[in-house]
Ligand binder design. Structure first.
Ligand code: 5GP
Length: 193
């Protein structure tokens, strides 16, 4: 998505060797007009997949997920993050190692909001090593639901997540694919060398 790539180039800041900060339009301040276009892109890509539910993880996945749900006219469920979970009877849970915080969290979804009738599209803000997607996939399996596709706003293709998902055969569509960070600059996958 050209407009997203341009925005990343203009406003993104590379931190260290593998973190991109996009606080001005995605992770802190949110640009709703850009989110709306992202929702349209995901919808156009996955519209024939029979999706009836969108799943994401709080908090930065919520904005693009809601805009996508609006296009599909389906509910959006966000997994909640906890340090630990005790009463789990009513919850599907899994453990996720956070790439940015370097700690493990449990994520959970209330059993009322996911069932074997659901054909799910996962939406998330970033794909790094694939932990968040993997945690959601575990929950989808536990619920007997079907994972129909994965939509990612910004994929860092040089980390492990993309390869893992490709291996699993689940359809994935990323709006911006970053090949590398070079001297603090973003290089996209579709750019000529
Ligand atoms: P993964 O689970 O794929 O290893 O990492 C994805 C999650 O970590 C995303 O949900 C996102 O919140 C966070 N994340 C990973 N890499 C970045 C990054 O470069 N910048 C930001 N802002 N968040 C990231």
């Amino acid at each position: 998505m050209k407009e997203l790539e341009e925005r990343i180039r203009k406003d993104g800041r590379v931190l260290g060797k593998d973190v991109l900060k996009v606080d001005s339009f995605l992770n802190h301040q949110v640009d709703p007009m850009l989110m709306e276009k992202m929702g349209e892109e995901f919808y156009n890509h996955f519209k024939d997949a029979g999706i009836n539910k969108i799943l994401t993880v709080e908090s930065s996945g919520i904005a693009p997920a809601v805009m996508t749900g609006l296009q599909f006219h389906v509910p959006v469920v966000f997994a909640r993050k906890h340090k630990s979970v005790t009463l789990t009877d009513d919850l599907y849970t899994s453990e996720v190692y956070s790439f940015t915080k370097k700690t493990s969290n449990h994520i959970s979804i209330d059993k009322r909001y996911l069932s074997s009738d659901d054909k799910v599209l996962i939406i998330d803000d970033f794909l790094a090593n694939g932990q968040a997607v993997n945690g959601l996939d575990t929950i989808i399996e536990d619920a007997g639901a079907t994972l129909a596709g994965i939509g990612i706003v910004i994929e860092k293709s040089f980390q492990k997540g993309r390869q893992l998902i490709d291996k699993s055969g689940i359809p994935i569509y990323s709006l911006a694919r970053i090949k590398a960070f070079e001297n603090g600059q973003v290089v996209f996958q579709d750019e000529e060398d």
